[in-house]
Design a protein around this ligand. Sequence first.
Ligand SMILES: NC(=O)c1ccc[n+]([C@@H]2O[C@H](COP(=O)([O-])OP(=O)(O)OC[C@H]3O[C@@H](n4cnc5c(N)ncnc54)[C@H](OP(=O)(O)O)[C@@H]3O)[C@@H](O)[C@H]2O)c1
Length: 293
Amino acid sequence: MKKLGFIGLGIMGEMMAKRLLNNGFELVIYNRTKDKISKLDVSGFTIANSPSEVAKNCDVVISMLADSRAVEEVVFGTNGIFASIREGLIHIDMSTISPATTKKLYNEYKSHKSYFIHAPVLGSKTQAGDGTLLIFAGGDKEAIEKCEEIFKVLGKRLWIFDSVEKATNLKLAMNSMIATMIIALSQAFVLAEKSGISKETVLEVLENSALNSAMYQSKGKTIIDGNFAPNFYVKHILKDINLALETGQDLKVPLPILSAIRELYVSAISKGYENEDYSAVYKVIVEFAGLKI
Ligand SMILES: NC(=O)c1ccc[n+]([C@@H]2O[C@H](COP(=O)([O-])OP(=O)(O)OC[C@H]3O[C@@H](n4cnc5c(N)ncnc54)[C@H](OP(=O)(O)O)[C@@H]3O)[C@@H](O)[C@H]2O)c1
C-alpha cells in the first residue's frame, strides 16, 4: 500500500505529506488552494483536481484539514470523496474535528462498506516533519491495522481505540491542556514581570522544578523572542476549546477553567491575532495587566 491520497496542505499537512514522500510513499495530492501543491520541494506526487479524483486513484486517503466543515465539504461536497466511494475505501482523517462529525462520517462510510478512521495527532509541525507525532486512531481494527505502516512513518506512538469518538475525545482532552498551560505560563510571566522579575528567570526556575514541561520551555522562549509566527493558529485552538466544551456538555463534565479561559482566546481573535500562534494569547494577558508588549 505505497500509493496514498493526501488532502490538505496546511501547516501540518505539508510536513506530513513531505514525510510520507521522503519515506517511499507515492502521493496523489489535493489542496483547495492549488499553488501550495506546486511549491512542495519533494518529488513522488501527482496533483489531483478534486477529492473525488484522489479517492478514484487511491485505496487509502488521508486528510489534514482545518475543521469539521472542511472535512464534510471534502467528503460530501461537489466532487468530494463520496463521488468515488466504493467498497473497501479507507479514509483516515487526522484533523481535530467534532465527535458528532467523526461519528457521522464513520456511519456514512460504513453504509458504503468502506472505512472511516479518525486519527488526530498530538505534536506540531516539527514532530510532523520528523515523524514523532502521537497518534490516536479510532475506528475498525482491521482498517487501522492495514494502515499501520503509514502511522509508523508519521508517528512515534499509536494508540488504537474501538470507536472514532474515543480518539476524537482524547485529542480534545489533550488540547484542553495545551490551551490551559499557555495561560498558566503567560500569567506567571506577567505576574513576575510586573514585580521586576524577568521571564528568563521564570523559565530557569521552571526548568529546575517539578512544574517544568517541554512545552513551557519551547513556548516560553518564543514568547521571550516576541515570535508569534504560527505553528498552531489561535483560531484553531479556539475551535478545539469550543469542541471540548460541547463534548463536556454532552458527557455532563463541567470544564470551568476551559470555559473561563475561552474568553481570553476570543479576546485574542478580536485583537486580530487569529492567524498568529496560539501563544499570542500571552499578549492579551499582558494588555490586561496594563503592560506594553
Ligand atoms: N498546527 C498544529 O500544530 C496542529 C497540531 C495538531 C493538530 N492540528 C489540527 O490539524 C488540522 C490542520 O491544522 P493546520 O495547522 O495544518 O491548519 P491550516 O494550516 O489552517 O490548514 C488547513 C487546511 O485545510 C484546508 N481547508 C480549510 N477549509 C477548507 C475547505 N472548506 N475545503 C477544503 N479544504 C479546506 C486548507 O486549504 P487551503 O490551503 O486552501 O486554505 C488547508 O489545507 C486542524 O484541525 C488543527 O486543529 C494542528
